[in-house]
Write a protein that binds this ligand. Structure first.
Ligand code: CA
Length: 392
């Protein structure tokens, strides 16, 4: 299979498509088969041999994934389905029942999924989604107990209100910290000034107890006119959130407008600047805010200009891929690639741009329990991919 070549240019696609058909070969490209894992493709990255496998598909705009202790995975599809996928890449034809009704418009829908830290006993699954609310929608988090193909006892634990009427910027990544709290990223809902308003949960990182209560030690607890769920603010649209396994810090990335995508280390109560300061400009080309930095605002540790449109983030903490341990992996939608950032503490030492234009828009990236890298591609016929060292 030469998918990389195939996805190069349209003429190449057409030529190769007919070639594959005339050979009676594998079904490829757009509208590819619903079969489980296809044969892997070998490729070289930084001089080493890798294998890239299209593990499962098609999946309709898959957004988030979680690894179950039994080896299966949960994957969300943005229109509102939660799917089970086994280790061989077989998609269970029965979506999980009992998921919340979602507002599946624009960037909204069923978004991230995370397991409770005590999932092995509690069976609790957390979902982030755009929920219909008022005249529009708001980012919401609900949890339910996974029982076979059913999510039981569904309860909402967070509503990032007030709602907005537009279809943009829901944030929606979910991660449990080492402190056992649930951290949730939101977006500014396309109304940039909301990211600086503290009576508003748009444009923030939120911190709640697993059952939705407000932790006593949240930074704004007891302050009049400020929502106590807020942990950090001044954020445009964060679709990457992960705990640094070497320090316990919470790291985030977010979309800039035209330029100015950022990686941030999230600190309690801090202001990340949007839209007062940014490294980007408006889509019109006009400036936003008053420059790139200002007192009282935490600067990003890494910036992409032009924008790559980052989505999904994972620290790589395994020996399975030699040389990758200690890296930060970031998916990219617009730039259609996997970014590997070599780190030295909070400093990015080197950026590697991988798989560029090879599998499409990358919505999510995770390290599996097996140390391999799992990717979701964002398309109507998106897929789950697995990247690891070549074997044999
Ligand atoms: Ca910022």
């Amino acid at each position: 299979m030469r998918r990389r070549t195939l996805l190069g240019t349209l003429p190449t696609l057409a030529v190769f498509g007919s070639f594959a058909t005339s050979c009676g070969g594998v079904q490829v490209g757009v509208g590819a088969s619903a079969l489980a894992a296809e044969a892997g493709e070998r490729l070289r990255i930084d001089g080493s041999a890798f294998e890239l496998v299209r593990l499962a598909g098609p999946l309709e705009h898959p957004w988030g994934m979680a690894f179950l202790p039994d080896g299966r995975m949960l994957v969300t599809e943005r229109p509102g389905r939660l799917r089970l996928i086994d280790e061989a890449g077989r998609i269970d034809p029965r979506p999980i029942e009992g998921v919340p009704r979602v507002w599946a418009r624009g960037q909204g829908g069923l978004l991230d999924v995370a397991l409770a830290p005590d999932f092995a006993t509690s069976r609790l699954v957390y979902l982030a989604y755009a929920a219909p609310l008022g005249n529009g929608a708001a980012t919401r988090v609900a949890r339910g107990r996974l029982d076979g193909h059913h999510l039981a006892d569904l309860e909402v634990v967070l509503t990032a209100d007030p709602p907005g009427s537009g279809g943009r910027h829901f944030g929606s990544r979910l991660v449990f910290g080492r402190d056992g709290k649930l951290y949730v990223s939101t977006g500014d809902r396309g109304e940039m000034d909301r990211a600086q308003k503290l009576d508003d949960l748009a444009g923030t990182i939120l911190r709640i107890e697993p059952d939705g209560r407000i932790p006593d030690d949240n930074p704004f607890v007891g302050r009049a006119g400020v929502r106590p769920e807020i942990w950090a603010y001044g954020i445009r649209n964060a679709q990457g959130l992960a705990v640094n396994p070497w320090t316990g810090e919470l790291w985030e990335h977010e979309h800039g407008a035209r330029g100015g995508d950022e990686v941030n280390v999230i600190e309690k109560g801090a202001n990340y600047g949007w839209p007062l300061v940014t490294h980007g400009v408006d889509y019109s080309g006009l400036p936003i805010g008053r420059g790139k930095t200002m007192p009282g605002v935490v600067d990003p540790i890494w910036v992409w200009t032009p924008s790559i449109a980052p989505s999904g983030m994972a620290f790589y903490d395994s020996d399975r891929i030699p040389g990758w341990k200690g890296s930060l992996l970031v998916g990219a939608l617009a730039a259609q690639m996997l970014v590997r950032l070599e780190l030295d503490g909070r400093k990015v030492v080197k950026e590697h741009r991988l798989l560029q234009y090879e599998i499409g828009r990358i919505r999510d990236v995770r390290m599996g329990p097996d140390g391999l890298v799992y990717l979701l591609t964002d398309a109507a016929d998106g897929a789950l991919w697995r990247l690891g060292p070549a074997t044999g």
